[in-house]
Design a protein around this ligand. Structure first.
Ligand SMILES: [Zn+2]
Length: 463
């Protein structure tokens, strides 16, 4: 079946030959209409055949009747869902966006490592133009010196609109972390902290959140100690603490067994021997797992109620030189390299956990990938209240996919293969994928808190 978009002229011809009574019923005319799909909204639990009408960047109608629009998408037999929201996307480039859009992602935020220069980062993205909605945390930086104290710089980042504070380390002393968590509580933003796959760090984070009143989001929470981790999180939630956890469908932890597995795969693939060291780096740093214990950890976290899905996807580099690839190149050449999570996290969830194993329902998988991340962020960034939902009045960030064929095509050997089965993607009311093909549009918008007056007036807290 084809995802068919009819040109305006053809639609007008159709209208010209439509009896007046039928025409009156079909008004108003929408910019884009998606007819015939199975529409799933994780918040209202809608799961039924509906037509979607989009005007500008907003979902203007959800109807049991067929609608008419300037562009018509036939989604019969396919799923229509809110676009996925990745809170852990290190790629942050046009090429990373394009690989992620085939994975169903419409918003990609980098809230784990973050940046030391929030304003400058957002300015650069606005100048370049992005495919996906984008955002970046104020990042804790191990290189901070007394000349640029960490807390002052983090506060400046929050005043410049960063959605949260990112701490890409699971090995910091409580005395170092406490004022950072207190700062997050003051600005009502979450702390996103890497756990280093250690249960002790998870306990430390929960204690700090309870003591300071901050919310905390656990990145990379998997470990051999996964039952301890999940119990800690569930107990914290029972006490009402705002602790959230994300997991990764390409594995939550960097085990030695995973490294050995990928090394063996690389050795057996003579044509890719040049990349051998990169596979090792990938295995150790990027959490690709294959062993039974890793599969057990994957399941414990992916299936944990309330756990959201994040990619942890990395920037795209040339496998031979280690340099960034041309961000505008499409399709990617065979020497383009990033771990598969940046190309197939969400389609792997839909293909492997939902379709093949039936371990997760379709609506649960969509919720973990869209509504849950939106809810984690919406107190700090009100823009997210209109994302992750497929309802009238919400942002027109939508995906259409074939539940029978959707799957990740990426692997450590073939990381540059876009995912299969995503037929149409609309971001802010603009089509980015139609008929399964990429359009060279860049409708992404900044996801950002209001910029503080101090910066607008030309002075900053750090100055
Ligand atoms: Zn990360």
């Amino acid at each position: 079946m084809k995802c068919v978009i009819l040109p305006l002229a053809f639609v007008l011809v159709l209208i010209a030959f439509t009896p007046p009574r039928v025409l009156a019923q079909s008004a108003p005319m929408y910019d884009i209409v998606i007819n015939g799909g199975r529409v799933i909204d994780p918040e209202t639990k809608l799961d039924a055949r509906r037509s979607i009408g989009i005007i500008g960047g907003t979902i203007a109608a959800i109807s049991t009747k067929r609608l008419m629009g300037k562009r018509m998408i036939n989604a019969t037999g396919w799923i229509v869902a809110p676009g996925f929201i990745d809170l852990h996307s290190h790629g942050q480039s046009i090429v990373a966006d394009r690989m992620q859009v085939f994975d169903g992602v419409t918003t990609a935020l980098e809230l784990d490592a973050g940046t030391a220069a929030v304003k400058e980062w957002y300015d650069t993205q606005a100048q370049t133009g992005r495919v996906l909605n984008y955002g970046m945390a104020a990042g804790w930086n191990p290189a901070d010196s007394a000349a640029t104290p960490t807390l002052a710089r983090l506060e400046q980042g929050l005043q410049d609109g960063a959605p949260g504070i990112g701490i890409d380390s699971g090995d910091l002393a409580t005395a170092t972390l406490r004022p950072i968590y207190a700062l997050a509580a003051k600005y009502k933003v979450p702390v996103f902290q890497c756990t280093g796959n250690k249960a002790a760090t998870v306990q430390q984070i929960i204690t700090l959140a309870a003591a300071t009143g901050s919310s905390a989001h656990l990145c990379y929470a998997g470990s051999a100690d996964v039952s301890t981790v999940t119990n800690l999180v569930l107990q914290a939630r029972e006490k009402g603490l705002p602790i959230t956890l994300e997991t990764h469908t390409y594995g939550p932890c960097d085990t030695a067994a995973a490294a050995a597995q990928i090394a063996a795969t690389a050795r057996n693939n003579g044509g890719n021997s040049v990349r051998y060291p990169l596979y090792i780096t990938s295995a150790r740093n990027n959490h690709y797992t294959e062993t039974p214990i890793d599969a057990y950890i994957d399941d414990a976290l992916v299936l944990l109620p309330g756990a959201s899905i994040g990619s942890g996807g990395k920037p795209w580099i040339d496998a031979n030189t280690g340099q960034p690839v041309d961000a505008y190149m499409w399709p990617l050449p065979v020497n383009a390299y990033a771990p598969p999570a940046g190309a197939g996290t969400y389609t792997r969830l839909l293909g492997y956990w939902v379709r093949e194993r039936k371990a997760l329902s379709l609506s649960e998988a969509i919720s973990k990938s869209s509504l849950l991340p939106a809810r984690i962020m919406e107190r700090a960034v009100p823009q997210l209240r209109k994302k992750g939902r497929l309802q009238k009045g919400m942002d027109a960030d939508l995906i259409v996919f074939d539940p029978g064929t959707v799957r990740s095509m990426a692997s450590t050997v073939y990381p540059y293969r876009p995912a299969a089965g995503v037929k149409c993607v609309i971001i802010n009311g603009v089509t980015v994928i139609t008929n399964g093909e990429l359009e060279l549009t860049r409708p992404g918008k900044a996801i950002r808190r209001a910029v503080a007056e101090t910066r607008l007036n030309g002075r900053t807290a750090a100055e």
